[in-house]
Design a protein around this ligand. Structure first.
Ligand code: ZN
Ligand code: ZN
Length: 391
């Protein structure tokens, strides 16, 4: 008879979950290419006696664990994809796929959710239904929206949704669940300034796209410093500026690419308007033409709802010796934001250890010691959430 407490059950499961995590680590797959990963997840779910629904919005996999046929439904989500990075950990179970690596710990997220699934499927100590959501393409392309477009909510009408990300630099197993914004919303832009081009000694014969680019780059520093409430957070970064080939030629074109980020769609819209104004004003002043392109619509921030965040925090305070902590939000983003625009939910950070390499670094590795903490947090948050809903 297995230990019925989540901590006891998962402690027994830890060797199996660790082996599973390391197996996933060795077989990373890029966004939208999670063929073998999703197949493995489905096989693990079947081994638990569950019925996986595969190929939802790409390689998405979902499965339901129910204590009764109807009733409230809480979703738990993990991401499955890896990154185009050459691994440099030297681990025995390092990536077998050159140029592809689990450098964001999604191997750990997937294994932790499978751990939560094992506990929940065995004990079913909740009143309602838990939906396991394994999402593809978190790092690129946005895999959450295709799952929703594929009828995820119509087929599995969950009431709330929870997820987590491992967090390097935060103490091993420490849990932070903020109220409100956790990760930023963002967009990417490109500006191209164009002119006729001329000999470098004859500047009166052409407007100068390089000078226009320089003014634009300087001018947009005013957006965050002068047009954003100093008590709010925002960032505008130009990470690429290309123009010209020769020292004595005014080129025909200057191309700048950048990103802007903030913690609300209103903030992103505000920054976008100021960027558009800056492009127009620079073109007018410099006599160049300008083209401004966005990567797509502004991508929303991850915003925890306070009710769901409180449920998750209450569970975190009882996780053995682990400490509940409180971290400021990050300017990075997560595709989980898309689910949170549809349903309330919460997203936790779990410390990957203070000596962990950073996310998206070739030396990074998910810390297997936090698998049980993560699995227990997810599973017991689902239990607590369902008890709360029917209370
Ligand atoms: Zn990542
Ligand atoms: Zn990630």
């Amino acid at each position: 008879m297995p230990d019925a407490t989540a901590a006891g059950f998962l402690a027994t499961e830890l060797p199996r979950l660790t082996a599973l995590r390391q197996k996933l680590h060795a077989m990373p797959e890029l966004s939208r290419q999670e063929v073998e990963t999703s197949r493995l997840v489905a096989a693990e779910l079947r081994a638990l006696g569950l019925v996986p629904h595969e190929n939802i919005g790409g390689y998405g996999v979902v499965a339901e664990i129910a204590s009764r046929a109807e009733g409230p439904m809480v979703a738990l989500r993990a991401d499955m994809d890896a990154l185009p990075i050459q691994e440099a950990t030297g681990l025995a179970y390092a990536s077998r796929h050159p140029g592809c690596m689990h450098a964001c710990g999604h191997d750990g997220h997937t294994a932790a959710l499978l751990g939560a699934a094992a506990y929940l499927a065995t004990t079913r100590n909740f009143d309602g239904r838990v939906l396991l959501v394994f999402q593809p393409a978190e790092e690129r392309y946005g895999g959450a929206q295709p799952m929703l477009d594929d009828g995820l909510l119509a087929r599995f009408p969950f009431d709330s949704i929870f997820s987590f990300h491992n967090w390097p630099g935060l103490a091993e197993g420490a849990v932070s669940v903020a109220d409100g914004p956790v990760m930023a919303g963002s967009n990417e832009f490109e500006v191209v300034f164009r002119a006729d081009g001329a000999h470098g000694a004859m500047p009166h014969l052409s407007a100068d796209p390089i000078l226009a680019g320089g003014y634009f780059l300087t001018g947009l520093q005013q957006i965050v410093s002068r047009a954003v409430d100093p008590l709010q957070s925002a960032v505008v970064t130009v990470g690429s500026f290309h123009a010209g080939m020769a020292q004595n030629v005014i080129p025909k074109e200057a191309r700048l690419r950048g990103t802007y980020r903030g913690f609300s769609l209103d903030m992103l819209a505000h920054i976008r308007t100021r960027l558009e104004n800056a492009v127009r004003a620079t073109a007018d002043m410099s006599g160049v033409t300008a083209e401004f392109t966005l990567d797509g619509p502004d991508f929303p921030p991850v915003v925890n709802s306070s009710r769901e965040a409180q449920i998750m925090r209450d569970v975190a305070t009882t996780l053995g010796s682990q400490q509940l902590t409180s971290c400021p939000p990050s300017m990075a983003g997560d595709d989980f934001a898309i689910f949170l625009t549809e349903r309330p939910g919460a997203y936790a950070w779990i410390g990957n250890g203070t000596d962990s390499a950073g996310l998206h670094q070739p030396e990074y590795n998910f810390n297997d010691a936090i698998l049980t903490t993560a699995a227990e947090l997810l599973a017991r948050t689902a239990e607590a959430s369902l008890q709360t809903r029917t209370a």
